[in-house]
Design a protein around this ligand. Structure first.
Ligand SMILES: Nc1ncnc2c1ncn2[C@@H]1O[C@H](COP(=O)(O)OP(=O)(O)OP(=O)(O)O)[C@@H](O)[C@H]1O
Ligand SMILES: [Mg+2]
Length: 213
């Protein structure tokens, strides 16, 4: 029914982490979801396959020409096709932007990362131009360190882009970094920090999906 993608030409900003958590959250909200891993490193498809339950379908599709065919085909079979893009602005990322309904772009809060987001935003705007409007898209701050001024400064710098910045920030938290090694999501890890991380993810996903409305 819809293709949602995590997109960013910048590596390490949290695309795979968000993809796996969003897939689980959608599944918990009764959506038939498949995770398409478009990164040849296969981080998200490996992680999601290691999670014992619930079992969520995933498929590795690392080539742009295959994504252009596979995404519309899977869209007919599933409620949500969630696509985890590689950390580059190669053809793969452009193919995903051309086939997505919603592109979610994580940005780490540093001036270098904010500057680097320009190329991702540009790829989305070009896809919109080609398609006459789609995809919807939004930015959010990812891996921000609490107690620093960088988050607020990045928030101000990101207003230069013609895409909405979500109110929810995903903070840098040890529990989030621990989750893949434990073969789970933060919702399965106990403790206050994982509870807070889970709540932040839920708030982020609700906000991001509103962009589709
Ligand atoms: N909010 C967070 N707090 C702590 N660690 C995080 C957070 N988000 C991601 N990480 C860690 O940062 C690293 C990069 O995250 P991830 O692999 O999700 O990024 P990515 O954008 O998919 O990277 P790539 O572009 O290489 O595919 C991983 O080690 C991950 O566990
Ligand atoms: Mg990744």
């Amino acid at each position: 029914m819809t293709v949602i993608s995590l997109l960013s030409g910048k590596g390490g900003c949290g695309k795979s982490t968000i993809s796996v958590h969003l897939a689980h959250w959608l599944h918990a909200n009764n959506q038939r979801v498949i995770l398409v891993d478009a990164d040849a490193q296969r981080s998200s498809s490996t992680w999601i396959a290691e999670i014992a339950a619930p079992k969520i379908s995933s498929l590795a599709v690392p080539k742009a020409e295959d994504l252009l065919d596979e995404l519309p085909r899977l869209e007919r079979e599933y409620d949500v096709v969630l696509t985890d893009a590689p950390g580059s602005l190669a053809e793969v990322t452009r193919a995903i932007a051309l086939r997505s309904s919603l592109c979610i772009i994580p940005v780490q809060p540093s001036s270098l990362d904010v500057d680097a987001a320009a190329e991702t935003v540009r790829a989305v705007m070009q896809a919109r131009d080609i398609r006459g409007g789609s995809p919807c898209a939004c930015l959010f701050l990812s891996r921000a360190v609490r107690g620093t001024r960088l988050e607020q400064e990045a928030r101000e710098l990101l207003t230069r882009y013609p895409l909405p910045l979500l109110d929810t920030t995903i903070w840098q938290r040890q529990v989030i970094a621990d989750a893949p090694g434990q073969a789970c999501t933060v919702w399965e890890l106990g403790g206050k920090s994982s509870h807070e991380a889970g709540r932040d993810f839920e708030r982020l996903f609700e906000e991001a999906l509103q962009c589709l409305e």
